[in-house]
Each structure stands twice: as C-alpha cells, then as structure tokens.
Design a protein around this ligand. Sequence first.
Ligand SMILES: [Zn+2]
Length: 387
Amino acid sequence: MNIDDKVGKTLQELGMTDAAGVVALFAEVRTAMESEREALVARGASSDPVRDQLCKALRDRWLARKSGLVSLIDENWLKMAMKELKPVVGRQFNQLRQLASCMETEALARDVQVRRDAVVQVRGLQLEASAGSVNVEVTLPGLRRPLGSIHPVIRVQREIEDIFLGLGFKIETGPEIESVYYNFDALNIPETHSSRDDWDTIYVDSKTLLRTHTSPVQIRAMERYVREGSQGGLYIITPGKCYRNDNPDATHSPMFHQMEGLAIDTDITFADLKGTLDFFAKKFFGEKTRTSFHPTFFPFTEPSGEVAVSCHVCDGQGCRTCKESGWIELMGCGMVHPQVLKNGGIDPERYSGWAFGLGIDRFTMARYGINDIQLFFQGDVRFLEQF
Ligand SMILES: [Zn+2]
C-alpha cells in the first residue's frame, strides 16, 4: 500500500492502535514527501515556465486545500483518530505541516534549476537529451550583465560642477602624481610646514608625491593662462582625487576627492567670494541655506576663512547631522596670497583672486546622511545600489 492509498483510510482501518505505530506512519509520510521533492530538484526543468508548472503540480499534490495529501491526513487520520491516539497524531501532524512549507511553489522553484540538459519542450516539440548530440535550449535567456549606476561621490561631484559651470567656471584637471614644487613650494607651504612630513604625505621619491590636494592645479592653470596670453579673468574648478598618509577610519581615507575653485581677475574682492559660495550653498543644499565665514589660516590665502552652512536637516535648530550646533563646516577659502599669484606668473599689483577647497566625499556624506567615508570605497553593491 503506498502513501496515496494510506491517506485515503482512517488509522483504525490501517490497524494503528498505538503511538509507536503512528510515529512510524508519519515518518513514512515525511520520507515520501522528501524523496518526491528531491526527485524534482535532481530532474531540473528545461525552462522557467516548465519549472513553475512542475513545482506547482508537486505543491498541489501535497498542499492543495481539498485533495492535497496533507489535507487528507488531516481529514482521515487526525479528525477520525481515537481519543487516546489524538494527542500523538496531533503532534505528528503539526510537525508534518511545518515541514510541508518547503513544498510551496516558490520554495520549490528556488531549488529547481533550469538546465539545458533537461527535456526541452517548445510548442509541443520535444527534444530528448541524448548522448553525442548537441542540446540547444532555445528558451534559455541570454547572459545579462547587470547595469551599474553612477557612484554617489561622482554624482555629487557632477552636481557641484554643474552649479559652477552655470556661473561660467571651467573644469581644469591636473596630474595625481605631482612634484613637491607644485604641491607645496608654489603654494607658499614652507619646508617646515607639518603637512610636508612623511607622516602626512605619500612620497614617490624626494621630489615627487601623490598630490595631497587639488591646489597644484591652480598654479598650473595660472601658468597656462599667462603662457597663452589669455584675456579676461581665470575662473576654474578642479575636481579630482587626492592622497594622504591617513589610516582609514569613519572620516579619513588615504584616497579622497576634492574640488577647488579659483577666480582671478582685475577687480576681485572678498565680497565676490562670499557671494559666490553663498549662491553655491543655496543651490546645493536648498534656498533656505545660510553661510557663515570664520577667519582661519592657510599658507596660500590671505585672509583665509572657513565656511559653515546652516544644517540642511534641522535648518539650524541642532540635530545629529550637525552635532547639535546647527552648522556644518564644509569648506576652506580665502583671497589668493600675492606670493602664490607671483608663483603662477601673475602680477599681484594688477590682479587679485579668491579660492576655495572642499571635500567632495564630505559633501556626499552630508547630502545622503552617511556617517562612514569607508562605505564609498568598499565596493559593496548593497550600499551602492541605493543611489
Ligand atoms: Zn542639524
């Protein structure tokens, strides 16, 4: 008598009078269920529709509400059980029902593979896999390469670029492997300055390094401006990668992204700098954004300032993003030091200029509320997919 016959009878008709017999009977049912499942998984299917069909058929055999084997066991074994066997039948039945969840169509479909050596059925045409012949699975989908998306840092970089391009700035880039002269000397950073230390800078040799900021591009741009005898002002932004000898942590990365802005013309004042950065902050963070300038020191600008923007999350009320201060410090800026203009070949008597520098990664963290810079560079698709 097979399982199908047995579930059609009551336990009494099967001659079950004790608990041990019931337990053995349910074990037989579980074995049958598992071996039917394994048989389908081993068989595979020739296409997605065929797989779904096979899985549904097996599911219905066991789990259909009226005539499924589990329902029949409920009707004929559990409900009809003699009083003294009811508890053990009930326990065994509950166990079986839990186990039977692996017979749901979706659960089966996950394990049944679509394979080209399975029997192929296409519009009534059946091709049996046979030794020596090449099997062509005409319903097998082609290989798909998953499409990526633009990295969040690059997305924000482009957004910032767009704002300054709209103001008439041009994008200027320079080498990431830079000379000590362009990275430090030309920018008025003296030999004694701590940023020139081995601990802070990654040197290639004594005269070459991985640039620690995008500022060298300013000098290169000035030199070209002079060389080409350009007229009018010099208005550039300089997005790119920079490197420092930093240990990776939540706010530091040995590789990071910076963007500087430089405006040089015959009548540039600090008011132009404030106006431009205020306009930029409102464009990037929203019209309600306010900016605040605090004096600081940089070797390559005089006077120098730090720019904070009112927190775009709490509008200055204080929240987690702004560490309860209402402000987020995002940029350094200042009027280009006359010596730096001279180093770039520009006459400081006639020209003046301003510059700013910002961390694109930090802007991206502020924009998306990300608190760990490492997430940008770990290449975890689950993180990157969100942008
Ligand atoms: Zn805030």
